[in-house]
Design a protein around this ligand. Structure first.
Ligand code: MN
Length: 198
């Protein structure tokens, strides 16, 4: 079960840049809804596992992605804000890396603002660290679920694109999937798991 994070400032602390009324509704109603429904997802998934009944698994996992990603992103959003009066000069390792990857802080700010402005309907603009590229990037996330949970670290993956099985298994996806269980490098999967900082 997850809990709502406490707001690290009072509801009116971000005024006039972010109004008390907006923050109140955003935090107490919308964010609370994501947290509550993420917990309901956990309960429903537990129950499906206990009953060994996976007929609704697509729906249950979609719900977990939607509600869970909503909870995680809002948590970051509220934590990455701070009353304007408490903000002093920004000078940190991240800013150095931003300058390195975007050319200058102003250039980063320009790209982030332009990207945020064209996010389609319900979505987010994110500055992200891409471990594989060892660099910062800006992404426009449409909606916020796309069947992932932000910040998760993939441990074991199976390519379900047709190119990955069609030549051999044609339309028999289940056969491809059951074959996969015979060829998993569990040492590698375990290695990735052990890299996690618990
Ligand atoms: Mn929101």
């Amino acid at each position: 079960m997850i809990k709502m994070i406490e707001l690290p400032y009072s509801l009116d602390a971000l005024e006039p840049f972010y109004s008390k009324e907006t923050l109140d509704l955003h935090y107490n109603i919308l964010y609370k809804g994501y947290v509550d429904k993420t917990n309901s997802s956990f309960v429903n998934l537990e129950s499906a596992r206990a009953r060994n009944d996976f007929k609704n698994i697509k729906c249950l996992e979609k719900e977990l992605s939607f509600q869970g990603s909503g909870a995680i992103l809002h948590e970051m959003f509220f934590q990455n804000m701070k009353p304007a009066s408490e903000i002093s000069r920004i000078d940190c390792r991240l800013v150095q890396k931003i300058i390195e990857d975007f050319g200058s802080f102003e250039a980063f700010k320009r790209q982030f603002s332009e990207a945020a402005a064209v996010v389609e309907a319900s979505g987010w603009c994110l500055l992200v660290w891409v471990p594989n590229f060892k660099k910062l990037e800006i992404l426009q996330c449409e909606k916020h679920q796309n069947l992932t949970l932000w910040g998760c670290k993939p441990l074991l993956v199976l390519d379900m694109w047709e190119h990955s099985y069609y030549l051999q298994y044609k339309t028999k996806r289940p056969d491809y999937i059951s074959a996969f269980w015979n060829i998993i490098n569990w040492e590698e999967v375990n290695k990735r798991f052990l890299e996690i900082n618990f």
